[in-house]
Design a protein around this ligand. Structure first.
Ligand SMILES: *[C@@H]1O[C@H](CO)[C@@H](O)[C@H](O)[C@H]1NC(C)=O
Ligand SMILES: *[C@@H]1O[C@H](CO)[C@@H](O)[C@H](O)[C@H]1NC(C)=O
Length: 464
């Protein structure tokens, strides 16, 4: 198949009157010869049943099931305290199992040099990102990059030299690292776990189902494979089908390429989440440790925003409360305290996390308030959703819940005197059975459970 493709290319390029790319110091900004001949819209990898013939430059085949694998390394700690790091981008065979080291002729020992030789200006940002997020336990990061390319990258059919015709075949190396890093930027495992209340800790233990559900109910929306080392969470594998070719990063001739990365929209068009194949989790069902990279989990430098197009969310302080995005901060109502300032200083305790639980430690979930009806002279009405799911007061239990499993969203309002205070059915008081302990996740309710719920709360909107 590949030799057939190769032999086609001189003919194709002369037919299309394309000039070979002479200057390898420039990225090619013309449409690739081959992908322009591919079906549009691009097909999804691992079609079933497999068609009689597949153009392996247009579709990743026979290795069409992709894994984006990430490390959580704590000894020694690698990378930012609040981010997982990249292991690799691996093509598995559609039929199961995987090929490896598919082309010795394209093995490299110095990926940094290869990338720099393609275009130092554009690959500078790529290499800086890899220096921060693609790290080897033994400190030889460049060696890990080479290993990942040699073992896995060379098995990606759409990165075959035959798919690059007269162009610099090292562009395949660039395409591999661009896709691996861009995909990683859309899979922020640390934040997804943190928003489900799962934070690195020296003491806390987590169950495998807790970890799995956190990712399954994130934008990824599919099961992933967690891997452990001596009962410690160490790795996660995300699984994808791939639409079309990975040979398409720089085919926009209309403007100068300014960033080596693909934006999230493009990544999500190419990589389509799918169920895991092959190796299963080797983590115990419960008692899993997720150790901090430092003594101050979550206290490290936050990772740079993955979407560089939306530059550092310069929050607009003029927005009224319960507009746009914010955190829901919990205040315990203590009748002994006389004034509001004293109350707020002394009783703020934690906030709501993604599924609607009350939690003291770690990251507050980002909620979105969406105006429902504006009734002049009255407080605006709005609905709330956490990052991924609508929130509602469960009519059966009175519990505040944010879950994809519901199609219902409750309508909330705010207090007429203090518009930062959440109100439901004209009451600003919410209830809980107890104040959470350090790693406790506590349900909150809109009613007092016939007097059984002892803790009274107020929930405040803090814009984020
Ligand atoms: C993402 O990148 C594509 C291709 O460069 C571009 O057409 C699109 O407008 C970008 N989308 C966003 C949201 O920046
Ligand atoms: C991680 O935390 C440790 C201890 O607080 C600190 O020394 C280190 O600089 C942090 N690293 C990053 C990347 O934030």
């Amino acid at each position: 198949m590949l030799s057939r493709l190769l032999s086609q290319f001189p003919l194709l390029s002369s037919l299309l009157n394309l000039t070979p790319l002479g200057n390898t110091n420039q990225l090619p900004l013309t449409p690739s010869i081959h992908t322009s001949q591919c079906p549009n819209p691009p097909p999804l990898s691992c079609p079933f049943p497999p068609p009689r013939s597949i153009d392996s430059c247009c579709l990743n085949h026979p290795s069409g099931h992709f894994l984006q694998t990430q490390f959580w390394d704590t000894a020694p700690a690698l990378g930012p305290n609040t981010s997982w790091t990249i292991h690799g981008l691996w093509p598995d065979l559609c039929a199961g199992g995987f090929d490896q080291f598919c082309d010795d002729a394209r093995s490299h020992e110095d990926i940094r040099a290869v990338l720099q030789s393609i275009n130092p200006t554009i690959t500078r940002d790529l290499l800086a990102y890899m220096d921060a997020y693609w790290l080897s336990l033994d400190g030889r990061d460049n060696h890990l990059w080479s290993h990942e390319w040699n073992k896995h990258g060379t098995c990606i059919s759409t990165l075959d030299p035959g798919c690059y015709a007269d162009e610099n075949p090292d562009l395949a190396v660039l395409d591999y690292f661009v896709h691996a890093t861009s995909l990683f930027q859309t899979l922020d495992t640390f934040s997804v776990l943190a928003e489900a209340g799962i934070l690195p800790s020296d003491h806390e233990r987590y169950s495998l189902s807790e970890l799995e559900e956190a990712v399954e109910f994130s934008p990824h929306g599919y099961p992933v494979t967690f891997r452990c080392h001596s009962g410690e969470l160490n790795e996660v594998w995300y699984h994808f089908s791939v639409k079309g070719s990975l040979r398409n990063s720089y085919d926009d001739g209309t403007h100068q390429v300014s960033s080596p990365f693909l934006n999230a929209t493009t990544v999500n068009q190419i990589f389509v989440p799918t169920d895991p194949d092959g190796a299963k989790s080797n983590c115990p069902a419960r008692g899993i440790r997720y150790l901090p990279k430092s003594k101050s989990p979550g206290g490290g430098k936050p990772r740079p925003s993955p979407t560089r197009t939306t530059t550092s969310a310069t929050s607009t302080p003029t927005l009224p409360p319960f507009t746009g995005k914010g955190n829901l901060v919990v205040h315990v109502i203590d009748d002994d305290l006389s004034n509001d300032a004293e109350r707020s200083a002394s009783t703020q305790k934690g906030c709501l996390i993604r599924l609607g639980y009350w939690y003291l430690s770690g990251t507050c979930a980002t909620f979105k308030a969406q105006a429902d009806v504006v009734d002049p002279g009255h407080s605006p009405l709005f609905s709330l959703s956490s990052s991924y799911s609508p929130c509602f007061i469960n009519p059966g239990t009175g519990r505040f819940e944010c879950t994809k499993a519901t199609a219902v969203q409750s309508i909330f309002s705010s207090d007429s005197h203090d518009p930062t205070v959440l109100s439901y059915h004209d009451s600003t008081i919410f209830y809980a059975d107890h104040v959470p302990q350090r790693f406790d996740k506590v349900d909150i309710y809109a009613d007092d459970g016939d007097g059984t719920r002892n803790v009274q709360l107020e929930i405040n909107w803090v814009p984020s």
